[in-house]
Design a protein around this ligand. Structure first.
Ligand code: AMP
Ligand code: MN
Ligand code: MN
Ligand code: MN
Length: 279
């Protein structure tokens, strides 16, 4: 069983649980070292750190930043940041503004496609970090989609009527932000992007040369062959390795914290930088 989980979501972005509820779940699954990494917000970090400390879990501050690399949206985890550093608060504010504007645009596009976009948005309009997950949940609740997966596939994914191309800050800008904000940059779920093998190698070269430190090798639900592929990528690129469940809802078995496979021993665990020697 793994005791490290460096990729977790709370209801401050698109997770189900409050930071305190999440900390209780992590304790029940014997997690010892972790990071809350909500999409583009640090709003849950204080509550999470307090709740986790009370149940004997060590945390480091984190965030999952949306970024653009050559026209593709990628996610970079920033671990160990100073959440109050000006460069971080500005990067977060900018992304939250982008998210709120995008949510309005998605709602309008869905409306034009005959779907209850504005009605969906009204359900979560006060949310600090609105995501497509909130739209998918609302479309399901309103009976416009039979499941989250269908909501994404039919309405919210690239090429679908409710998709809005988003201008996230560039990867180089994002890596500079993370480094100057005292953090360690980890490329999240590197196999989940639609990239050719050549593009992925180029991405990892760019990522490393611009200050990236590690890639996520073990993610929630990853099959053994995917872990092997990601291990090869990390070793070839000379990058360290991270692991995280990407848990949004611990009742989903493949996202449950504490069930991650062990990191292959050839890799350098990124959490050694933060003084945690377990796993
Ligand atoms: P956003 O950052 O607002 O574009 O939303 C991206 C989030 O949507 C991801 O972090 C996932 O949590 C979620 N997501 C993307 N695709 C799917 C899918 N097919 N089913 C369920 N959730 C998804
Ligand atoms: Mn998400
Ligand atoms: Mn992600
Ligand atoms: Mn995530």
């Amino acid at each position: 069983m793994s005791t490290v989980d460096l990729h977790l979501h709370s209801h401050h972005s698109d997770g189900l649980l409050s930071p305190s509820e999440l900390a209780a779940v992590l304790a029940a699954h014997a997690i010892q070292f972790c990071a809350l990494t909500d999409h583009d917000t640090v709003a849950g970090l204080d509550e999470f750190a307090d709740a986790a400390t009370k149940v004997g879990i060590t945390t480091i501050p984190g965030i999952e930043l949306s970024t653009d690399w050559r026209g593709k949206t990628l996610h970079v985890l920033a671990l160990g940041i100073d959440p109050s550093a000006r460069i971080i608060t500005e990067a977060v504010q900018h992304r939250l503004t982008v998210r709120r504007e995008r949510a309005q645009q998605i709602a309008s596009k869905l409306d034009r496609a005959g779907q209850p976009g504005s009605e969906a948005l009204r359900r979560f309009n006060q949310h600090g970090a609105p995501t497509r997950t909130h739209f998918a949940q609302a479309l399901v609740a309103l009976g416009a989609a039979a499941s989250m997966d269908i909501a994404f596939k039919r309405w919210l994914s690239q090429g679908q009527p409710g998709y809005v191309k988003t201008e996230w800050p560039s990867l180089s800008d994002t890596l500079r932000t993370i480094t100057q904000g005292g953090g360690t940059a980890v490329l999240a779920h590197p196999l989940r992007y639609r990239l050719s093998a050549g593009q992925r190698r180029t991405l990892l070269t760019d990522f490393k040369s611009e200050g990236g430190v590690a890639i996520e090798v073990v993610t929630g639900g990853a099959a053994m062959h995917q872990i092997e592929t990601a291990t090869g990528l990390a070793l070839r690129a000379g990058l360290e390795a991270s692991q995280g469940s990407d848990c949004h809802d611990p009742s989903l078995a493949w996202q449950r914290p504490g069930r991650l496979a062990k990191l292959p021993s050839a890799l350098v665990p990124v959490w050694h930088r933060f003084g945690f020697k377990g796993d």
